[in-house]
Design a protein around this ligand. Structure first.
Ligand code: ZN
Length: 334
């Protein structure tokens, strides 16, 4: 009646007349082994590369196969909400991009504008009316593309970082590069549309932010940059990059302080800055889990709040971008 198990090879199971129950027992033990291997672990049991936040105590996935890591999007652990907050953000931006593509002024609308302008010209006598074409959309879509890249790379980083230290090494670089790209591309719509009629300034600011963006991405590829010790440096580097927008912002305000469209967009840009700066502060300080370690392992931890604020900031910037398009579609370079 004794079933002896040799390793994990099923063929080596010795059976007697109760062979079927031996196989059953073998399967039970194997299942328990598998279950134990892929169960969620506590902070002190996971390898060093997963020990990023000592205030999140439980529900870690550790060294899971890639397929199980992918499927874990549908299960509950301490990365579930980090994955979904940015995946939903990506889907929102994908839908907004498609919607904005459809919303480009159509040819009929142009003819309608033309007849209206001719009518107004007759009424205005010699007043010169300048019928403008819809302004180019590429800077707007550069921003949308940068945001989607950031949100999707973050989603994959949080989903697969439990697989191995070597994969995490590359995923974290992709994640930080994505943040740098998102911030740099955020500058494109305001700078392009505000300085539409001042090409020298437009080129200067767009080149500057591109250089700063590329430098930040390169710095983010340096291995030491991803360690938990450098969390504050990362936060400050990205915040500094965003705050460099104060210079073209102040320049724009001096030039266009009487332009209602410009003032409207300023409100949105300040809203975006507020969301991003509060997000970075929460990311760096790791509030609230710092105050109650273990209480926010599944929901409510600082990184999830940071993710939501990033999506909120990007959405606010998108709304401001729509106003820039409306302004330049109507005014051109008048
Ligand atoms: Zn994240």
């Amino acid at each position: 009646m004794i079933c002896k198990l040799f390793g994990s090879d099923k063929s080596k199971v010795r059976t007697n007349h109760t062979g079927s129950s031996c196989v059953l027992k073998w399967e039970t033990i194997l299942w328990q082994k598998v279950k134990k291997k892929y169960e969620l672990l506590d902070y002190h049991l996971v390898p060093e590369y997963l020990q990023d936040n000592e205030f999140v105590l439980r529900h870690y996935r550790s060294d899971w196969p890639i397929w199980d890591s992918l499927l874990s999007i549908f299960s509950l652990h301490n990365e579930t909400l980090n994955i979904w907050t940015h995946l939903i953000g990506f889907l929102i931006f994908l839908a907004l991009t498609i919607d904005t593509m459809w919303d480009v002024p159509r040819l009929e609308q142009l003819f309608e504008n033309l007849s209206r302008a001719q009518h107004m010209k007759q009424e205005a006598g010699d007043t010169v009316l300048n019928l403008t074409e819809p302004v180019t959309r590429w800077p707007f879509f550069v921003f949308m593309g940068g945001s989607m890249f950031c949100l999707l790379s973050s989603t994959f980083c949080h989903l697969l970082n439990c697989h191995s230290s070597s994969l995490t090494y590359w995923l974290l670089r992709l994640d930080y590069a994505g943040i740098g790209i998102m911030i740099a591309t955020s500058f494109f719509p305001p700078i392009y549309y505000v300085f539409l009629c001042q090409p020298a300034w437009r080129h200067f600011y767009l080149t500057s932010i591109s250089v700063i963006g590329i430098a930040t991405v390169i710095i983010s590829l340096i291995p030491v940059f991803q360690t938990a010790k450098y969390r504050a440096v990362r936060g400050l580097a990205f915040a500094g990059m965003g705050l460099s927008g104060i210079i073209p912002g102040a320049h724009a305000l001096i030039n266009f302080y009487q332009e209602p469209y410009c003032l409207q967009t300023l409100v949105y840009e300040l809203g975006m800055a507020f969301f991003y700066l509060v997000g970075v502060a929460i990311y760096v300080t790791r509030i609230p889990e710092r105050w109650w370690p273990g209480l926010f392992d599944i929901a409510g931890q600082s990184h999830q709040i940071f993710h939501v604020l990033v999506v909120a900031g990007a959405f606010t910037h998108y709304k401001g971008g729509l106003i820039f398009l409306e302004w330049r579609d109507k005014s051109g370079c008048l």
